[in-house]
Write a protein that binds this ligand. Structure first.
Ligand code: ATP
Length: 281
């Protein structure tokens, strides 16, 4: 039996650069992990099946589950001859912009590597995982990174200054694909490069100023709750507030615990799903 923790991520930036010929958008993103985690366990089976067990009613337990696909890819790539049972305790909200599915897939790449003592290095795992989804290589490593290409090329960054993160997930679910499809080509000024400098300099106020997500406008138009939540976060003392990924989850950052509690209580009054967590980095 082997256990893995799968942390959620937030975007500190998301620059959309242009649409590529293969249909993906070229992006630059600074991402970091937060301590809101799914927990996964891995156990070898006597047969060749991949079995996913989860109690979450909206998470598929068949081959649509990204953890299933990750296990299947590992088994094929490294010639593993037994199956595996993967139990997923789901704590990350789904279809939320927090890369919950990608985090589970990433944990599965690491988990199968450990369970079968394969000794594959993490760089190779991350590269392999890019076949399944753009956010998975980042999740394989965790930490804080600049992701480029369609998100699969990872440059590690140092740990950002400590902060509290208040996550608020409005009731709607958002499909990443739909949001990218509605994205109008615009002249957004890219922020990732400067964000990298701010993080490397440990400059928290500058990080707060530079937070930017090109998908926010698109999701906000469809779901006005997103804007309301961002405004409420800022009105209640968040140092910075933004939507993560394609949304609809909004996060507010503060480096003071008392402020974090106040912010949590204020948001609790207007949003059904709220979490107060730490930036892991
Ligand atoms: P991203 O930020 O990478 O776009 P997300 O947080 O918006 O991800 P996910 O939580 O990964 O979205 O889920 C999107 C869809 O993927 C869900 O509706 C679900 O049906 C499917 N899915 C597949 N595997 C999983 C998994 N292990 N956990 C959650 N959802 C999964």
């Amino acid at each position: 039996m082997h256990f893995e923790t799968a942390p959620a991520k937030i975007n500190l930036t998301l620059d959309t650069l242009f649409k590529r010929e293969d249909g993906y958008h070229e992006v630059n993103m600074v991402m970091t992990t937060v301590d809101l985690n799914d927990q996964l366990s891995f156990e070898k089976r006597n047969d060749k099946k991949i079995v996913i067990e989860t109690e979450h009613q909206y998470v598929p337990s068949d081959r649509r589950n990204l953890a299933y696909q990750a296990a299947s890819l590992m088994i094929r790539t490294y010639g593993i001859d037994t199956g595996v049972t993967i139990v997923i305790e789901k704590n990350i909200p789904i279809a939320a912009g927090l890369a919950g599915g990608s985090a589970d897939a990433a944990a599965t790449f690491r988990g199968i590597n450990a369970l079968y003592d394969l000794g594959v290095d993490i760089k190779e795992l991350a590269e392999l995982s890019g076949q399944l989804g753009s956010d998975i290589p980042f999740c394989v490593y965790g930490g804080t990174a600049l992701a480029t290409g369609r998100g699969e090329r990872i440059e590690h960054l140092c740990k950002p200054p400590n902060a509290w993160v208040i996550l608020a997930k409005p009731k709607v679910n958002v499909s990443t694909k739909t949001i990218y499809q509605a994205l109008q080509p615009g002249k957004n000024r890219p922020a990732s490069e400067h964000m990298v400098e701010a993080i490397e300099a440990g400059n928290y106020p500058m990080m707060m100023k530079l937070m930017k997500n090109d998908l926010q406008e698109v999701t906000m138009k469809k779901h006005p709750d997103v804007k309301k939540l961002i405004d409420t976060m800022l009105d209640n003392g968040a140092d910075g507030a933004m939507m993560s990924g394609s949304g609809p989850t909004v996060f507010g950052l503060t480096h003071k615990e008392r402020q974090a509690t106040q912010l949590y209580n204020a948001i609790k009054g207007c949003c059904h799903e709220v979490y107060k967590v730490r930036l892991l980095g």
